[in-house]
Write a protein that binds this ligand. Structure first.
Ligand code: PHB
Length: 394
C-alpha cells in the first residue's frame, strides 16, 4: 500500500479541484489531487463555457489566463429572443463588465498544465475513492491505482468531485439538508463544426421550446434545444436537430444559424440543488459536489471558482495566521453567493422555457415578463448585473 502525507487532499480534477490546488500552491500550501478519470478524459469533457468577469480576473491575477486572454471570446452583450425577434442586453454598457466564452475543458487543460509545471501532484485514474476519519483532524482518502491501494493522509479534504461524487455522500445524512428542484425539461446540446454567425449568445424563447445559440471558437458553434427529460437521443438525427434549431432560432430579419458537421451531441437534465452546510469535520465541499444550477444562467463553473477562492483564503488564514475563523464561515460565505446564483438561474430558466406544467395564467405572466425584460432598462440591468457575476466576497 502507498501512503502519502500532505496538507490538503483534493478529490476531483475538475475546475474546482484544480483551481484550489493552484491557489493553495500560490499560498505555499501543499495538496494532492486524486481523480477517477484519465487526464485525457478530463481535458476533453465538454461542459459549459461562460466565464464571469470576476472569474476571468481571478484567473488573470493568479497567472493562468495567458491562453484565455488570447483565445477566449469577450462578449459585451447577450441577445434575448422572443419568437424570432431579438433584443440585446448591453452587459458592458450597463455594468462596465463583460463575460468571456471559453470552454471549461480548455480551462481544465490550462490548469492541469500549470499544476504540472509547478510540480503539483495530480493522480489520475484513481478508482474507488473513499473518505475516512473526516470527523477528526486526521482524515484520509483511500483509492486504488493500477491495482494498488493508496492512502492520502491530510489535515483537510476538499470534495471537488461533482454531484455524483463520493465526498458529499460521506457526510452523515442527519447533519446536512439538501434543497432540490428538478425541472420538467432538459437540453439537447450539440457541438457543430460551423463558424459562429453571430457575435453574441442568443437565448431564444420560442413557442416550440427554448433554444440557445452559443459558440466555442471562431470555427465551432454550440447549440441547445429544450427537450423532454426522457428524450431518446437516438430519435434525434442530425437533420432533425438542425431543422428544429432553424425553426426556433431563425429570426424575422433573416438571420439563422449556420449548419455544419455535428461533432458531439448529448442530453443534460436540469436541476437546482444545494447542500447546507458545505462542510463537515475536516471535509469541505466545493463546486458541483455542493450545488447544481440549471445551465440557463451559465453560473456552474463560476460558482465553483468562487467557492475555491473562499476556501483557499480560509486555508491560508489557518496555515499562515493560525486562525480557524474563515474555515468556520466558509459555508455561510459561499452559500450567500450560491443562493443568489440559484435564484438567478431558476429565474432565467423559468423565464425562457416552456413548462409542461404551466397554467394559462403562468403562460401570460411569462410573456409579460419577457415583454418587461425587453422594454425596461431596470429589468435589463438586473439581468446584466447577475449575468456578469455579483462581486466576490470573502
Ligand atoms: C455554452 O456555451 O455551453 C453555454 C452558454 C450559455 C449558457 C449555457 C451554456 O447559459
Amino acid at each position: 500500500m502507498g501512503r502519502t502525507q500532505t496538507q490538503v487532499g483534493i478529490v476531483g480534477a475538475g475546475p474546482a479541484g484544480l483551481m484550489l490546488s493552484h491557489l493553495l500552491h500560490l499560498h505555499g500550501i501543499e495538496s494532492v489531487i486524486v481523480e477517477a478519470r484519465s487526464q485525457r478524459y478530463c481535458e476533453e469533457r465538454i461542459r459549459a463555457g461562460v466565464l464571469e468577469h470576476g472569474t476571468v480576473e481571478m484567473l488573470r491575477q493568479t497567472d493562468v489566463a495567458d491562453r484565455l486572454d488570447r483565445e477566449g471570446m469577450r462578449h459585451e452583450g447577450i441577445e434575448i429572443g422572443l419568437n424570432g425577434h431579438l433584443h440585446r442586453i448591453p452587459l458592458t454598457e450597463i455594468t462596465g463588465k463583460s463575460i468571456t466564452v471559453y470552454g471549461q475543458h480548455e480551462l481544465v487543460k490550462d490548469l492541469i498544465a500549470r499544476r504540472l509545471a509547478d510540480h503539483g501532484e495530480i493522480r489520475f485514474e484513481c478508482g474507488n475513492a473513499s473518505l475516512h476519519n473526516i470527523d477528526s483532524p486526521h482524515p484520509f482518502i483511500r483509492c486504488e491505482r493500477e491495482g494498488q491501494v493508496e492512502e492520502i493522509h491530510c489535515d483537510f479534504v476538499a470534495g471537488c468531485d461533482g454531484f455524483h461524487g463520493t465526498a458529499r455522500s460521506s457526510i452523515p445524512e442527519l447533519v446536512i439538508t439538501c434543497y432540490e428542484r428538478i425541472y420538467p425539461f432538459a437540453w439537447l446540446g450539440i457541438l457543430a463544426e460551423a463558424p459562429p454567425v453571430r457575435e453574441e449568445l442568443v437565448y431564444m424563447h420560442h413557442e416550440r421550446g427554448f433554444a440557445l445559440y452559443s459558440m466555442r471558437s471562431p470555427a465551432i458553434t454550440r447549440l441547445y434545444l429544450q427537450c423532454a427529460p426522457d428524450e431518446n437521443l437516438d430519435e434525434w438525427t442530425d437533420d432533425r436537430i438542425w431543422t428544429e434549431l432553424q425553426l426556433r432560432l431563425g429570426c424575422s430579419d433573416g438571420w439563422r444559424p449556420r449548419e455544419g458537421r455535428v461533432l458531439q451531441k448529448g442530453i443534460t437534465g436540469m436541476r437546482s440543488f444545494v447542500v447546507e452546510p458545505m462542510q463537515y469535520g475536516s471535509l469541505y465541499l466545493a463546486g458541483d459536489a455542493a450545488h447544481i444550477v440549471p445551465p440557463t444562467g451559465a453560473k456552474g463553473m463560476n460558482l465553483a471558482m468562487a467557492d475555491v477562492f473562499v476556501l483557499a483564503e480560509a486555508l491560508r488564514a489557518f496555515y499562515k495566521q493560525n486562525s480557524r475563523a474563515k474555515l468556520e464561515t466558509y459555508s455561510s460565505i459561499c452559500l450567500r453567493r450560491i443562493w443568489k446564483a440559484q435564484r438567478f438561474s431558476w429565474w432565467m430558466t423559468s423565464l425562457l422555457h416552456l413548462s409542461p406544467d404551466a397554467t394559462p395564467f403562468d403562460r401570460r405572466r411569462q410573456l409579460a415578463e419577457l415583454d418587461y425584460l425587453t422594454s425596461s432598462r431596470a429589468a435589463a440591468a438586473s439581468l446584466a448585473e447577475n449575468y456578469v457575476g455579483l462581486p466576490m466576497e470573502l
